[in-house]
Design a binder for this molecule. Sequence first.
Ligand SMILES: C[S@@+](CC[C@H](N)C(=O)[O-])C[C@H]1O[C@@H](n2cnc3c(N)ncnc32)[C@H](O)[C@@H]1O
Length: 200
Amino acid sequence: MTDARLSSPAALRNRDPILDVLKSVLPDSGTVLEIASGSGEHIVHFAAALPGLTWQPSDPSDTARASIAAWLTAEQPANILPPLDVDASANDWPVAAADAVLAINMVHISPWAATLGLLAGASRLLPAGGPLFLYGPYRRGAEPMAASNIAFDADLKARNPEWGIRDLAVVAAAADTLGLSLDRVVEMPANNLSVVFVRR
Ligand SMILES: C[S@@+](CC[C@H](N)C(=O)[O-])C[C@H]1O[C@@H](n2cnc3c(N)ncnc32)[C@H](O)[C@@H]1O
């Protein structure tokens, strides 16, 4: 590509399985805030499939926001807003409201403070019944992780000791203290999970 658009092979593989779950999780109308949008490919795909929703991408990375903006220029979707600079760990996000919040592949590739900030931000913004959707690999207590996730976890920690695959129960406990109840866990391809919390 000759512009700022980035493309992720993983995003192209997982976007349809994720979309299938989102169809049963998201409201029919309102604004969906995506945290850690990365390349922007997911949100472009989801917004085309679910045109009744307004989609708000975000990412703290300049490169990611340039890629998202380039995808918007190329595809001209009517229901995606320009990307925002949102660091999940910040106490204040430059977002007025959201009816649903998504974070795909962020929790394990950011410090724990980003997950705590994500949960707190979703709790601040979501109305009662509003969903927070997470996607990625998780530990499940003492259950052995798949070999691919053990290797991935080691690789993440070698890249940054503050990164790593989180225990779902620890994430759920932190969410619960912030008013987010674990609603659903869906097994996904390649040893990933979709995890849905709902604002009480
Ligand atoms: C592995 S990429 C995932 C991108 C996209 N969601 C996907 O699945 O293709 C992780 C993303 O998390 C973002 N990120 C890292 N730390 C963050 C933070 N504290 N708040 C919000 N996003 C963050 C990065 O900039 C990056 O775009």
